[in-house]
Design a protein around this ligand. Sequence first.
Ligand code: SF4
Ligand code: SF4
Length: 372
Amino acid sequence: MVKVDPDLIDKVRELGAFDISACYSCGNCTAICPLSKEGQEFPRKIIRYAVLGLREKILASVEPWLCYYCGDCTETCPRDADPGGFMMAVRRYLTTEYDFTGFSKALYFSKKIELLSIIILAAITGLIVYLLKGPIVPTHADLWAFAPRHIVAWANVIVFTVLSVILIINIYRMYKMSVGSIHFNKIPVSKYITEFIKIIPLHFFTQKRRVECGEEKKYYIIHLLLFYGYAAIFLHHTIRHMLLPLIAPSIHPSELVSRIIGISAFCALILGSSIAIYGRITKSEIYWRNSHPTDWMFIILLWLTSITGLLTDIFVICNYPLPTYITFSVHLMFVVPLLCLEVPFAKWSHLAYRPFALYFQRLKEIALSQAK
Ligand code: SF4
Ligand code: SF4
């Protein structure tokens, strides 16, 4: 029996699909969408599911993740129903449903909880830095005396492990909702592996479907700038501050090379996030018109994290001890909320859900072909 959730459309509307009630189901958006194809039609089908309250159908759909918000459908909708904004709102809704902790829901539906979470995490981080910091060397900028390597390494291991576990569980729930419950036994294990290898790295690292989405290449470049900025920071940070101190503590990579990598990555992030903040303030593009509070949280935290990271590197190079220690502490107070809130519960989880949506879509296709 099909269950109907009468509140579904209101929830999606609250997450940004403000105009979708105007839709009269003409299908123009699906016809014009450069990414919609036979067997993966959207957005009209998804709009119908939401309007009719078909929650299970929405949860089983990976199509919202196949939309890259080029805005072509929104620009040409005869009813100004903003189907592109609707798809974004459904992605937010799905993110709240995949999350097993329920925290994503709280974050997306309450500005107060969002703000409070940032403040609490920043305050806890500040307190931990204060309690665990090493000696403050006043004569020169000795960051690794102030933040001892082994403490930073173990803090990284704990945060990295907890966030990864939450995200993996959420991806597994996405799988169960979209593929698992329907076609679970029909897909050979070898297909799971080969399709994973073919799809996930390619789409995670290139996000190449974004290029096929509409005419606008600027958005793709800004996205890549942000992606490679934080990928560089992440890799550099993981190797330098997590793996080396724990696996090969005698190896000390060059401070200068390390700072150059850090500065370049932070500059890319500052540039990308500044363009995105400006775009969201001026609403210069369709995809920046409907900013949810979590979008602002993400982009502002990213900007603050990058600025304080860049300043820390500059102060170390210029050998200013006190500004180094203070800026680094403030930097951590932005990094921790950014990572803890965004990676498993909000915007950053999209980076994982998008390639997995393609993977799960492919598994569905295989399952359907096996069933014939
Ligand atoms: S969103 Fe607009 S274009 Fe799409 S079906 Fe509804 S009215 Fe037509
Ligand atoms: S925003 Fe672009 S990709 Fe998304 S549904 Fe509309 S036309 Fe398709």
